[in-house]
Design a protein around this ligand. Structure first.
Ligand SMILES: [Zn+2]
Ligand SMILES: [Zn+2]
Length: 112
């Protein structure tokens, strides 16, 4: 993960925001009602908007999701953060709305 994303996800602002948001949703997935484990950004975080609190920290841009629904949302095992994934060279790239054509199951290799 690139530094800009790492420092954001490790930052106090995000931690506080996601904790408050999670508790406001009672730790329940907004899509299936299962137990939520991830606060997802409806508008994915990019290098361009990572410093925009209206995107990164606004509750209207957040969604509490369980791991399953979050995996389905991103539809890629390679995604390590919001819209970010590694390419074959091991570089972090932004891949908005990227979909897998060959439906790979969302199980296995689950490092989050
Ligand atoms: Zn769910
Ligand atoms: Zn997400």
């Amino acid at each position: 993960m690139k530094d800009y994303a790492r420092s954001f996800y490790k930052g106090k602002a995000w931690r506080n925001t996601q904790a408050a948001y999670m508790s406001s949703q009672h730790y329940i997935c907004e899509r299936c009602g299962d137990m939520a484990g991830v606060v997802h950004h409806r508008e994915y975080i990019t290098p361009e908007n990572i410093n925009d609190p209206n995107i990164t920290l606004s509750w209207s841009n957040l969604e509490a999701l369980c791991q399953d629904c979050h995996n389905k949302e991103h539809s890629s095992a390679e995604v390590c953060a919001e819209g970010l994934s590694f390419n074959s060279k091991g570089e972090l790239v932004y891949t908005p709305g990227k979909r897998n054509d060959n439906n790979s199951p969302g199980t296995g290799g689950g490092t989050s």
